[in-house]
Ligand binder design. Structure first.
Ligand code: SF4
Length: 344
């Protein structure tokens, strides 16, 4: 817990020092980080952070550090290659049947490992009315597009009125069946999930909210209640998490996270291998280590709780599952690694 729980989001090194989450001596370093990457921590998340503990998993996700000032040779500004698949501003069309629509680049919190960290921020580009209309016209003109994924930034930082307008516009496109919203808001800024926001998400389409969370401690009572409001309104929820060194890179922490999703009626969906975003080397672990963790999860949690472990191939070549294989030498391995012969 912070010494004094802030009443508003912390958005600068000065805010972090005032809240007791950074020392005055760290100001110069933090100013250098802030010159390049956005900072925001909501009161709900700031309150969870243990001051003076750099290993705190909530602090690691949201508090800037000097490690961000070092970019390794393999890191890229656009690690998953959005730009090469963007035919029009604010829209990414990587697969034939779906598009990513990014109406805003603002977020309620700025994650220190974000794969779009070079794009997101309060000054990041947002679509104006004409640009949004052009993006929707692009979708309208292509019957092969069956799904629109609202991302960003975090689309739920928009007002309920704006979200409602976007959802209603997509509702009029007959060939779109599915709308997906990717968001951290229900947990990091739960007060935004009010009656107006829930009403704004009411559509004839199959609308899913995909909640991003990486540690069980993010599930505060208010956050759980916000998820319950969405699910209670008939909105199915899925999860996505990033496997992060020092946040959730052990099996007990991952198990607790996945159980937290399920307890909120949120089906675990994706576990992302961390991307090669600039200044994020301290968060990355090897794929073999990730596979070992995923294998252990299989022995501890039911199939309902298992996410798909995926990697975005650098350069824009898309997402692939990289979970461990269980077939080997004419047999199958159980979660403990013992091989059993199978007769087919
Ligand atoms: S909420 Fe998503 S888009 Fe925003 S900083 Fe975090 S990971 Fe990046």
């Amino acid at each position: 817990m912070t010494a004094h729980a802030p009443r508003r989001s912390l958005r600068s090194p000065a805010d972090l020092v005032a809240a007791g989450l950074a020392t005055p001596q760290a100001r110069d370093t933090l100013d250098a980080v802030a010159a390049h990457y956005a900072i925001a921590i909501t009161p709900e998340m700031a309150e969870l952070i243990a001051p003076g503990d750099p290993g705190d998993p909530i602090a690691r996700q949201f508090l800037p550090t000097d490690a961000e000032l070092v970019t390794t040779p393999d890191e890229r500004a656009d690690p998953i290659g959005d730009a090469r698949h963007s035919p029009i501003k604010g829209l990414v069309h990587r697969y034939p049947d779906r598009v990513l629509l990014k109406p805003t680049h603002a977020c309620p919190v700025y994650c220190r490992f974000c794969f779009r960290r070079e794009m997101v921020g309060p000054g990041g580009e947002a679509l104006d009315a004409a640009e949004l209309a052009a993006a929707l016209d692009y979708v309208r003109a292509r019957p092969a597009i069956r799904e629109v994924i609202l991302s960003g930034g975090d689309p739920l930082v928009l007002s309920a009125r704006r979200i409602g307008e976007i959802v209603a516009a997509i509702d009029t496109i007959e060939h779109v069946d599915v709308v997906r919203l990717h968001s951290r808001v229900p947990l990091v800024d739960p007060g935004r999930i009010d009656d107006a926001m829930v009403a704004a998400l009411n559509t004839r389409k199959a609308l899913f909210v995909v909640l991003h969370a990486n540690h069980a401690r993010e599930f505060t009572p208010a956050g759980r209640a916000a998820c319950a409001r969405l699910v209670g309104a008939g909105i199915p929820m899925l999860s996505q998490s990033v496997l992060l060194r020092g946040v959730n890179d052990d099996v007990a922490t991952l198990e607790a996270l996945l159980r937290s999703f399920l307890a909120c009626r949120i089906k675990p969906y994706y576990l992302h291998h961390p991307d090669l975003a600039p200044g994020t080397a301290g968060f990355r672990l090897g794929i073999e280590e990730g596979q070992r963790l995923v294998r252990q999860l299989r022995g501890r949690l039911s199939g309902l709780a298992q996410p798909l472990y995926v990697l975005d191939i650098p350069g824009g070549h898309g997402k692939v599952p990289v979970g461990p294989g269980y077939l080997r030498d004419g047999g199958v391995e159980d979660p403990g690694g013992t091989l059993h012969e199978i007769d087919r």
